[in-house]
Every structure is written in structure tokens, then in C-alpha cells.
Design a protein around this ligand. Structure first.
Ligand code: FES
Length: 580
């Protein structure tokens, strides 16, 4: 830790709006006074933007207005001036064609909201999947002091006295209906049991993973990730976060001071230990690209390789976030990494303490939820990166969610040209497929879907499910929900819509998946592959206008984080052309 706090007091950026007596100062300050703010709030104290992704159409974040009040308490207590600002909220459960298409749009909008308005520091109020990375990307690009507070997970779901995990049981019940072991009426009956309180998905899905990533990166206070949304301690966390951001502004503790390469390596290892979502790969690559850290897919494979998955949560394990909190939450996991020599202990966090100092005294209260290393769900729990002629720039797989016997597999390709083709064929009893086949789904990548939907864990054909078979090797350029499971190769790069080799796989081709040797191979000759690629043409037209036009022409591959090419990098907080 080499951070040296800045001298205080000093003039803050908000004073270029609110300080002084010019016409512009009076314009900026005077209009704010229509809300009844006392004059001393404009006296040079830190102005803190509470960037709130509250939306009634982002149900996982629908309680964030209430939580923002607690953040305000903390900011006032510490001598700051809180201003709550609604920002773009991309709901995972409601946004079409997919929330991921709008992560970059949200990041762009929030970045400009931070830079263009009088904010000296920001509290990033997030929860649902894309809200966390989009605001972290914005904070990285402006480098304005920022701290994350998440909304917290929903309480445990139960149906017929069994734990029901958000998303995970949606897939399970849906497959059970297809297999004929659950009725449609039971499925509908189970619906409300999955979502019985405010908060984000209660599994170790993408929201819980990204909350954990924010904490492991050092961008949230220790313990933030797991506190249930409705627990009174979530409000305490919000208030403490409000207090802390004021001091961060005084110290000038910026995202670039915290999000160093070491912090990203801590986060990658944490992701392996928690059995986190593959979506974290894309989001951390994108955040790193904004803050100027050279992070690659290879870093994911290298750092995650020796880390056992010890958090026994769905979709890989059996418990839910509520139990993770009771067991001690993420600090216990980070302490475990530190004890195993897998943590950059000195990494600075937003608390001002090191990653190690803030966890070294925590205790695991339930070793069936946070398992001993010798009882880990997977000894090598990290996200695996496979490469080969089918994925020259890599593809990812989550071993802890896969069937071990399928991690080395050779099978006949059954190809779906896009998600509509899949939907049209998958229920056909005459589809030429058995459990040894490899299901291949194309044109679902960042450019293709567009937006890279979470369809990579495509359901198995009913005729196979009815025989009690629940997993097959599946390969696509899509993503997979963090709540999902299976032997699923994702993010295949380059994607089909960009002319990657995935685009030219044909029915009947043989495909080899060899996870131990990190290989994904299409068993055709180099000459045949080259001839097919030369003859390839995209099957979908591009958008001709609107944000879709911008997205499809500028989105990069999943292997580098699927950011828009012109948004990469930090642009600082200076207003106007100096920042671009
Ligand atoms: Fe919002 Fe899962 S759908 S967190």
C-alpha cells in the first residue's frame, strides 16, 4: 500500500459550479436552492452523487430509494452534501433483447453524468447484474472517488420445504416440466416462492458474483456483498458507506488507486473460491480496460487454476446467499485466500485498509456453507479458458458447474444457426441427436444476438431429458446466467457474427473438448476450415439506426470484455474536450 492521502482542506471540483459569485455560480447554486438546501451546504464540503439504479422495472433494485436515505444519513454525518441522481438501470429480468446490450450504454451515460455534474465523489448504488459493472466502468473512466454499495440478495426461497434458488430453479423447474416430472400448475405455484423479498438473486449468480467482485476488488466496504437486502445490517452498511465516501474525497482516494492489477487478481481468485459467474470474466475485463490495467483471459486461467471452490452455494452447491451471510460472508473467503498464499494482502481498499487487514480476524460460522479446502466443490474452481481452431481467441467454461465426465469429450455437432433455429428444432422428437452429441449455438455473441444473451446453457431436448439425462456438452458464443449450470462452453471468440470459426461448424462435424489440456478443436482439416471461412456470409443484417447501430459497429469481442471500442480507457473528470 503506497497511497498517501491528499491535503485537506482544498478546493474541490464542485466549487467550480457552486463556489463564487459569478453569474454561472449563481445559476448553478441558486437553482439548487429551490429544493430548500441551506446555504452552508455549498461552502466547499464534498458533494457526493448517490448514483441510484433504482427502477420499478429493475425489481432487484426496487428498494434502493430506501437504502439511499441511509447513505444520505452517513454523508451528512461525515460533513458532506448528498445529492441523489437516478441513472440508467439495465434490468436482467426485463430488458430485451438482453440487458448486456445496454451495459455499455449505461456505463457511457453514467460516466457523462459523473463528469458533467458537480460531484466530488460518488456512491454507486447497484444490485442487479449489469448495474454493478456498468457503474464501475463509469467510475473507472472518470476516476472520481467512488464506492459501491449493493442492494443485497433476496431472502432464501422455499417451495414444498425445499430451498429454491433464483434462476437456478427456474432452469431446473423448466426442465422438469419438459421432462414431465412437474406440472405447469406446480411451476406457476413455485413462481412466488423464488422471490419472497426485495433484493437481487439469492444464488451465487451474476448479481451476487459482481457484488463479491466489487468487494474483492476493494471497491466496497468489507462484508457488503452478502448482507440480505431486508436485513437491518444492510441499512447500516449503506450508512457507513455514506460516511466513508466523504473521507475518500478528502483523501482523494480514487478508483485508480484501488483497482490495480493485484486487485483484479484478488477478484479472479475470489471468483474461483465462490464458484462465481462466468459473466464476471467479461465484466472484469471491461472494467480493467477502463482503468488501464492489462488484464487478459489468460490471467483468468492462470489465477483461478489452484483455487478450490469452497462456497457451497447454488448453482454449484446447495445453499443460498442468506446462509453465506450467516456463515460470515465474503470476508471469510478472502481470509482463506490470504492464508493459502493466494491473496495480494497489501492491496488497498476503499476503507483505507489493506485487503488482508480488514479480514484477518473474521471467523467462519458454518463449515458446511464455507467448506474446508479438502471438501471443496471443485479443487480447481477457476474459470477455465479453452482455445483451439474453434476458439482461436478463447472460450470459457465453469468446471464447478459442469459434469466431470464431460470435461473430456468428443462428439458429433448438432448445429443451431441462431436462437430462433434452436427454439424451432429443440422440441422436435425427430431431431437427430443423442446425449453424446455436442450442441452448437451460433450468432449469440456481443455483435450477433446482439448483446450476447444468456442462452448458452440451452436446454436439452425433451426426449433426452425424459431419459433422466441432465447434461450434455454445449458450445456457443453466448453467455450463461450465473445461476445456471452444465458442461457449457461460452464466449467462444471470435464470435460467429464476426466470422469466427464457430460460424462454419456443420451438422455432423466432430468436436473435441479437452478441459485438462485447455483445448477446443473442430476436427476438420485446416484447408477445409479455410475454405468454409472464405465462403462465409453473415446471416443477420445489422441495425440501421439507433443505439443498436452504434453497438454492433463498435462492440469488441468477449475475449476483451465486450466494451465499445471508443469507450475503453480512463478520460478523467475534466469537463469538455479536455476529457476526450
Ligand atoms: Fe436481477 Fe438476478 S435478475 S439479480
Amino acid at each position: 500500500m503506497t497511497f498517501k492521502p491528499a491535503a485537506w482542506p482544498r478546493k474541490l471540483r464542485s466549487q467550480t459550479w457552486f463556489g463564487g459569485t459569478s453569474k454561472d455560480n449563481i445559476y448553478h447554486r441558486g437553482w439548487m436552492k429551490n429544493q430548500g438546501f441551506p446555504p452552508d451546504l455549498f461552502d466547499g464540503r464534498p458533494v457526493i452523487g448517490i448514483l441510484n439504479t433504482w427502477s420499478e422495472l429493475t425489481p432487484c433494485n426496487a428498494h434502493l430509494r430506501d437504502l439511499a436515505e441511509r447513505v444520505k444519513h452517513g454523508i451528512y454525518e461525515a460533513g458532506g452534501f448528498p445529492v441523489e441522481v437516478p441513472v440508467f438501470s439495465a434490468s436482467e429480468s426485463a430488458f430485451r433483447p438482453t440487458a448486456m446490450m445496454f451495459r455499455n450504454l449505461a456505463a457511457m451515460a453514467v460516466e457523462e453524468a459523473m463528469r458533467g455534474q458537480p460531484m466530488d465523489g460518488c456512491v454507486l448504488m447497484v444490485g442487479c447484474d449489469k448495474t454493478t459493472p456498468s457503474l464501475l466502468m463509469a467510475a473507472a473512466s472518470t476516476d472520481i472517488p467512488s464506492i459501491v454499495v449493493t442492494g443485497g440478495p433476496m431472502l432464501n426461497g422455499y417451495y414444498k420445504n425445499e430451498r429454491v434458488g433464483s434462476g437456478t430453479h427456474l432452469w431446473k423447474f423448466s426442465e422438469a416440466v419438459k421432462a414431465g416430472t412437474m406440472t405447469r400448475e406446480e411451476f406457476v405455484d413455485a413462481e412466488a416462492s423464488m422471490s419472497r423479498s426485495p433484493g437481487s438473486c439469492n444464488t451465487m449468480g451474476t448479481a451476487s458474483t459482481m457484488a463479491s467482485m466489487a468487494e474483492a476488488l476493494g471497491m466496497a466496504l468489507s462484508g457488503n456483498a452478502a448482507i440480505p437486502a431486508v436485513d437491518s445490517r444492510r441499512r447500516v452498511m449503506a450508512q457507513l458507506t455514506g460516511r466513508r465516501i466523504v473521507q475518500m474525497v478528502k483523501d482523494d482516494l480514487k478508483p485508480s488507486d484501488v483497482m490495480k492489477k493485484e486487485a483484479f487478481e484478488n477478484a479472479i481468485r475470489t471468483n474461483a473460491a465462490i464458484g462465481g459467474s462466468t459473466n464476471a470474466v467479461i465484466h472484469l475485463l471491461a472494467i480493467a480496460g477502463r482503468v488501464g490495467v492489462d488484464l487478459t483471459l489468460e490471467d483468468w486461467d492462470r489465477c483461478g487454476r489452484d483455487v478450490p471452490t469452497v462456497v457451497n452455494l447454488m448453482p454449484s452447491g446447495k445453499y443460498l446467499m442468506e446462509e453465506f451471510f450467516y456463515a460470515g460472508g465474503l470476508p471469510v473467503v478472502i481470509k482463506r485466500l490470504g492464508e493459502a498464499g493466494l491473496l495480494h494482502k497489501d492491496a488497498l481498499t476503499v476503507s483505507g485498509e489493506s485487503a488482508w487487514d480488514q479480514v484477518k480476524d473474521v471467523v467462519n460460522h458454518n463449515d458446511d456453507v464455507i467448506l474446508p479446502a479438502d471438501k471443496a466443490l471443485a479443487q480447481s474452481g477457476g474459470v477455465v479458458v479453452v482455445k483451439g481452431n474453434l476458439a482461436p481467441k478463447g472460450a470459457v467454461l465453469k468446471p464447478s458447474a459442469a459434469t466431470p465426465a464431460l470435461l473430456t469429450h468428443r462428439g458429433r455437432a448438432v448445429v443451431f444457426e441462431d436462437i430462433d433455429d434452436y427454439k424451432a428444432k429443440i422440441n422436435d422428437e425427430d431431431l437427430d441427436i443423442d446425449e453424446t452429441c455436442v450442441m452448437v449455438l451460433k450468432n449469440c455473441g456481443p455483435k450477433g444476438y446482439p448483446g450476447m444473451a444468456e442462452v448458452g446453457n440451452m436446454g436439452l431436448p425433451p426426449k433426452i431429458l425424459r431419459r433422466g439425462i441432465t447434461d450434455m456438452v454445449r458450445i456457443s458464443d453466448a453467455r450463461m446466467s450465473g445461476t445456471a449450470y452444465g458442461t457449457v462452453v461460452l464466449h467462444t471468440s471470435p464470435e460467429a457474427a464476426a466470422g469466427g470459426p464457430l460460424a462454419v461448424v456443420q451438422n455432423g462435424d466432430m468436436i473435441e473438448l479437452d478441459v485438462p489440456n485447455r483445448r477446443l478443436h473442430l476436427d476438420i482439416s485446416d484447408a477445409e476450415l479455410a475454405a468454409r471461412l472464405a465462403a462465409w456470409k453473415p446471416i443477420h443484417p445489422l441495425y440501421e439506426s439507433g443505439y443498436g447501430w452504434l453497438h454492433q459497429r463498435h462492440v469488441e469481442g468477449a475475449d476483451t470484455g465486450a466494451d465499445l471500442d471508443f469507450l475503453k480507457g480512463a478520460r478523467g473528470n475534466a469537463v469538455g474536450k479536455d476529457s476526450h
